[in-house]
Design a protein around this ligand. Structure first.
Ligand code: EPU
Length: 332
């Protein structure tokens, strides 16, 4: 039975989680906390620690598989910590937490009429949607994020796992990241002090609360055209519009496995070559478009998906002697 706790932000008990992920599987959590500022997020995290509860952070749920049943403890959603600002003056970065709502709305909210655009930086809170950011940058005529078009999720998740693909990675445009460190203090990490690698932002267990992104001044038409072109290409080879958790496995050959002349192996190609596309369990099926995606064609459960992952790993191990490593995050 869930205890009654006075949380420092919006809170739901026994909250269902499936609809908060792209794959749409999984059960519920004892407590779902929904802070709306970085400070509230910090307070929520500290309160969960004080009650000695397991604590997980939920961004956009784009790369996450949740098991069925009830997760113990707390999930803190960053979904409402989602604002985006522009620096006040070139060279001066405004701390979003010190800005009043009115200032933000009037001057720095990218939804407001466009202001002088010679400083292509954005201050973004962790829960801002990545597709929204890609779109906003394109509208401003700023280049650097268009390679992430079609990648779902939030800024925080994209930074933590260095999301990306053939046309670029999240950390390509990161200047500085603000995290909540293990002792509950905010820490600012400059790009030069971070060590992002393939699908790993290099931040350890720290929680991303926001970042300063540095883009490049470009031309609206050119940026939008590149974004459209990348999305067209992506739609040909990935099940972009279906319910999935993105790529399930890391490429055994590393990031360049997609290059035909690299001699490295792509997990999707491996699964395809073994004839495993279309393999299914309950409502979960290995995508016929790309072998490294599992899609929920309706009614899938967490155990369908986990079972299918185990089966793929076993079959690839038996046939090719390769131990596929899982890229997607799992809560079980
Ligand atoms: N291929 C097949 N059959 C398949 C899938 C792929 O033959 O079912 C072949 C392709 O034709 C291509 C090669 O395998 O020659 C590589 O495929 P692709 O270009 O689709 O790239 P990938 O290595 O499978 C990576 C990332 C994706 C990213 C794409 C495009 C990983 C694990 N995956 O996929 O990232 O979108 O490149 O840039 O690094 C993700 O991380 O969630 C993700 C989807």
């Amino acid at each position: 039975m869930t205890l009654s706790i006075d949380w420092p932000c919006a809170a739901l008990d026994n909250a269902p989680l499936a609809q908060r992920t792209n794959l749409r599987v999984g059960g519920s959590v004892e407590w779902l906390l929904e802070p709306s500022t970085p400070d509230e997020l910090r307070e929520a995290w500290l309160a969960a620690q004080e009650h000695k509860l397991d604590t997980r952070i939920l961004g956009g749920g784009a790369n996450l598989i949740i098991s069925d049943g009830i997760l113990p403890g707390v999930v803190i959603s960053t979904g409402r910590v989602r604002r985006t600002f522009r620096p006040l003056d070139p060279g001066e970065v405004i701390d979003p937490e010190e800005m009043t709502d009115e200032q933000a709305k009037a001057l720095f909210d990218i939804e407001a009429p466009v202001i002088a655009a010679d400083d292509p930086r954005l201050i973004v809170w962790a829960g801002a949607s990545l597709p929204g950011l890609v779109h906003a940058a394109s509208r401003l005529g700023w280049s650097g994020l268009e390679g992430l078009i079609g990648v779902p999720g939030t800024l925080g998740g994209a930074i933590a796992m260095n999301a990306g693909g053939r046309w670029g990675e999240m950390w390509d445009v990161v200047d500085m990241v603000r995290v909540l460190g293990p002792d509950g203090d905010f820490q600012d990490i400059q790009k030069a002090d971070a060590n992002p690698t393939y699908r790993n932002g290099g931040l350890g267990g720290s929680i991303v609360v926001g970042a300063v992104l540095r883009l490049e001044l470009d031309n609206k038409r050119r940026v939008a055209e590149r974004a459209r072109e990348y999305l067209r290409e992506k739609c040909k080879v990935q099940p972009v519009t279906e319910a999935s958790a993105g790529c399930i496995f890391k490429n055994p050959g590393g990031p360049k496995a997609g290059d035909d002349d690299s001699g490295k192996i792509s997990a999707g190609r491996l699964i395809d070559e073994l004839g495993l596309k279309g393999l299914e369990r309950g409502g979960a099926v290995v995508s016929k478009v790309h072998g490294n995606f599992i899609v929920n064609r309706g009614g899938a459960t967490g155990s369908d998906v986990f079972g299918l992952i185990d089966e793929l790993r076993t079959k690839v191990q038996e046939a090719r002697g390769i131990d596929l490593q899982i890229e997607v995050k799992r809560w079980r």
